[in-house]
Design a protein around this ligand. Structure first.
Ligand code: PLP
Length: 438
């Protein structure tokens, strides 16, 4: 998520590195959530990472951040590192097409049926930004619908307040975004079919697209109600709008074919999908893909412009190919096992400590909601006992467990989080649960 709740009132130690970083980098970080703003204290400055571990100069941590998603196979998988090293020896960037881009495109198309063509970019933000431009260019319409609490990167038109209740026509949640840029973004409450139906009834002929996280995981995990994405697609289809399924976080993580792959009880085909994180195996790589007739509206074939000096970078595509090739059924089974054992164990500790909570889960992605009532929307998520997270987080951190530093983020496990690693986390859980109870 772009931001977290206000800085924790408790005082935690501030490290020399963080003090030094803050002198030269705004907030000491290159992406806001890393600053520990909502939990207080100092971020861990990472020196290296391997398998389920990240290391500061001083100590080892079991990592549950996983680079915010890419580290499906664990950090620095030797086959992936070797692929990147071999690519590096052949040159770092060419600004010309490579066979590796075709190979990675074919791997994705093979896994995710609705992807007929794909374009590689460098970040998830670029992927969603381009998908939105493409949807507008293809339909000739301006309005884009997003859901409160869904994060699609820091493109201007997506930095819109998490409005609640009735549809709100754009109010940016960031300074520096001109009013006009967000005027055509409509924010609706997540999982609210009625709100979608009403909006399409009144504005359907002006809507270019709905963009939605395949399964939201940037307000903590909030599972879509069964059939919600299929319903969105049906609404879009009726009015000639496109459905953009943002799988930047879920893609190739919750299954071979992302969340779409496990969401086919009511079958549907998104028009465009966005990928990031796992697809680049830890290197800067992301993509948008989907219907060939829509994708062919991109330059150089069509009128919708998009470009990138480093798009399809050879080191990034090498990491992506190695990662997707290794991510077989066994990997997904291992990640699911780890997530189940971990979420069950954390929940047991919280129950024993008397802490009201719900495990919010989608495949191997989960988060802890500090409320007895499951959350289906951003309003529900905001209403939880947010203050319980900082003490829970810091107790685990002092036991050598590196959790996402915000209650609004999912926990990421990898195929290297085996039974012993999960047991080590769960040994530390009762004390953290007691800290959360206070
Ligand atoms: N979309 C989703 C669902 C995300 O989770 C993120 C990042 O967390 C993005 C888009 C933006 O990706 P990036 O940070 O690579 O720009």
């Amino acid at each position: 998520a772009p931001t977290g709740p206000p800085r924790s009132r408790r005082r935690y130690h501030v490290s020399d590195l963080f003090t030094r970083a803050q002198r030269v980098i705004p907030g000491g970080v290159d992406s806001p959530v890393r600053a520990f703003g909502s939990v207080g204290g100092s971020p861990v400055f990472i020196d290296r990472a391997s398998g389920p571990f990240v290391y500061s100069r001083e100590r080892q941590y079991i990592d549950l951040v996983g680079s915010w998603g890419p580290a499906l196979l664990g950090h620095a998988h030797p086959v992936v590192v070797d692929a990147v090293q071999r690519a590096a020896e052949r040159g770092l960037s060419f600004g010309a097409p490579t066979e590796a881009e075709i190979e990675l495109a074919e791997l994705v198309i093979d896994r995710v049926d609705p992807v007929e063509k794909i374009r590689f970019v460098s970040t998830g933000t670029e992927a969603t930004m381009t998908a939105i431009r493409l949807a507008r260019g293809f339909t000739g319409r301006d309005i884009v619908v997003k859901f409160a609490g869904c994060y699609h990167g820091h493109e201007d038109s997506m930095l819109v307040a998490a409005g609640s209740g009735v549809a709100t026509f754009g109010m940016s949640s960031s300074a520096g975004v001109p009013k006009g840029t967000v005027e055509d973004t409509v924010v609706l409450p997540y999982n609210d079919r009625e709100a979608v139906t009403q909006l399409f009834a009144s504005h359907g002929d002006r809507i270019a697209a709905i963009i939605t996280e395949a399964a939201p995981a940037n307000m903590g995990v909030v599972p879509p109600e069964p059939g919600f994405n299929a319903f969105l697609k049906a609404e879009c289809e009726k009015s000639g709008a496109l459905l953009i399924l943002d799988e930047v976080l879920t893609g190739f993580r919750v299954s071979r074919a992302g969340f779409w792959g496990i969401d086919q009880a009511t079958p549907y085909e998104p028009d465009l999908l966005c990928f990031g994180k796992v697809i680049g195996g830890g290197m800067p790589l992301a993509a948008l893909g989907g219907r060939a007739d829509v994708m062919d509206h991109l330059a150089p074939l069509g009128p919708v412009y998009q470009a990138g000096t480093l798009s399809g970078n050879p080191l990034a595509t090498a990491a992506g190919i190695a990662t997707l090739t290794l991510a077989d059924d066994e990997v997904y089974a291992a990640v699911d096992r780890a997530a189940n054992a971990l979420s069950d164990g954390l929940s047991r500790s919280l129950t024993s400590a008397g802490v009201a909570h719900t495990i919010q889960k989608v495949g191997s992605l989960f988060s802890i909601l500090f409320s007895d009532d499951p959350a289906g929307s951003y309003d529900d998520v905001i209403a939880q006992d947010q203050f319980r997270y900082a003490p829970f987080f810091h107790s685990l951190l002092s036991s050598g467990i590196h959790l996402p530093p915000s209650v609004f983020e999912a926990y990421f496990v990898s195929a290297t989080h085996d039974e012993e690693i999960i047991a080590r986390i769960l040994d530390a859980a009762p004390e953290a649960a007691r800290a959360a109870a206070e």
